[in-house]
Design a protein around this ligand. Structure first.
Ligand SMILES: NC(=O)C1=CN([C@@H]2O[C@H](COP(=O)(O)OP(=O)(O)OC[C@H]3O[C@@H](n4cnc5c(N)ncnc54)[C@H](OP(=O)(O)O)[C@@H]3O)[C@@H](O)[C@H]2O)C=CC1
Ligand SMILES: O=C(CO)COP(=O)(O)O
Length: 311
């Protein structure tokens, strides 16, 4: 049994709290709008699980620091995004803020509605701290939630983060009714793009072929349970981005991730053609049809690609 505090009472925080509770752990949820103050909520926790949107992570890390989080507390991050100011992943933000705490990433094909319905699912917990990995695995593993471990936290969270950009593109593809061939090509060609960014940011390539990479890419590109997919689908139907996000009423991290990713790709010369079309589409400078043309009309090239290629 562990004392677990989940930060964030959105769809994913609630599901992660319920999973830990069902396994017999002592669980509380903290939310910025809730009655409990952060310092009290984390004071006795063995494990703090952060499941808030990316836009709040850097500030939350600062608040946790001010709350004097114990150095033995395991920090688990379940957010899938990149910091707009620094391009850091959440685990990097927590690592920089809490150099002595064990940091664990939890990421996988985990659409919260299916988890809440107790359908079978698997995920990855990733850390360089083996004891922390074992502890988090024990807290979450159940008959319906299978937990694998990985030594590559950055790779695990980048898989979950970058696939959101692809899910927007696939939503456009389905919204335009471009067919199964187009969708397969899009998802497959997104993989080297994700790998290039991953390698640049220090991830291990094999992690992208596991649950937190390919697994999450497939789950999120499968259809309307994904909010990022719904963003693309709505754009293909001529809706404005603001209207789509209003209707979603919850987080679609792929929008922010696309902007951060393109800033980084421009700075570092990383070729990301699919993300680039998504970026233009999100900014409203091209139509969905023009995004498709932009991808199809590029120069012809071999399939095998250099993961260290620069523009
Ligand atoms: N839902 C899913 O299936 C999965 C989601 N994720 C990831 O988990 C993260 C959260 O997603 P999800 O729960 O679905 O999103 P929701 O939109 O349902 O909830 C977002 C949560 O983040 C909180 N939040 C937002 N901004 C801040 C801030 N500035 N400071 C503190 N808290 C903040 C919200 O608080 P408030 O309610 O007060 O606004 C809310 O609790 C995302 O990165 C997502 O990609 C990962 C796997 C699965
Ligand atoms: O990350 C997720 C599933 O693993 C959730 O995807 P969406 O944020 O697109 O709904």
């Amino acid at each position: 049994m562990a004392r677990v505090t989940v930060l964030g009472s959105g769809a994913w925080g609630t599901a992660l709290a319920r999973l830990a509770l069902t396994n017999g752990n002592q669980v509380q949820i903290w939310s910025r709008r809730g009655p409990s103050d952060l310092a009290t909520a984390v004071a006795d926790a063995d494990i703090v699980v952060s499941a808030i949107s990316m836009k709040g992570v850097a500030a939350l890390a600062g608040q946790l620091q001010a709350a004097n989080l114990k150095s033995s507390t395991i920090l688990v991050t379940a957010t899938k995004g990149l910091d707009p100011e620094t391009t850091r992943t959440p685990s990097k933000i927590f690592r920089d803020t809490f150099p002595d705490n064990p940091i664990v990433v939890l990421s996988g094909p985990n659409l919260s509605k299916e988890i809440e319905a107790q359908l079978p699912a698997a995920t990855v917990v990733a850390s360089t701290d083996v004891d922390a990995l074992t502890r988090v695995q024990q807290v979450y593993a159940s008959e319906t939630f299978r937990i694998y471990t990985s030594p590559d936290p950055v790779g695990a969270e980048l898989g979950g983060t970058l696939k959101n950009v692809v899910a927007i593109a696939v939503g456009v593809c389905d919204g335009l009714k471009l067919g199964s061939n187009a969708k397969a090509a899009l998802i497959t060609r997104a993989i080297p793009e994700m790998l290039r960014v991953g390698v640049h940011m220090g991830a291990q390539i094999e992690t992208f072929y596991g649950l937190s990479g390919l697994g999450d890419l497939l789950a999120t590109c499968d259809g309307t349970l994904s909010r990022n997919y719904r963003v693309g689908y709505g754009l293909a139907h001529g809706k404005k981005l603001d209207q789509i996000l209003d209707e979603l009423g919850s987080t679609a991290e792929g929008v922010n991730t696309t902007h951060v990713l393109i800033d980084m790709a421009n700075r570092e010369g990383i070729p990301v053609p699919i993300a680039r079309q998504v970026h233009r589409l999100l900014r409203g400078v091209i139509t969905p049809q023009e995004a498709v043309e932009g991808l199809m009309e590029r120069e012809l090239k071999p399939e095998a690609c250099d993961l260290n290629a620069r523009n």
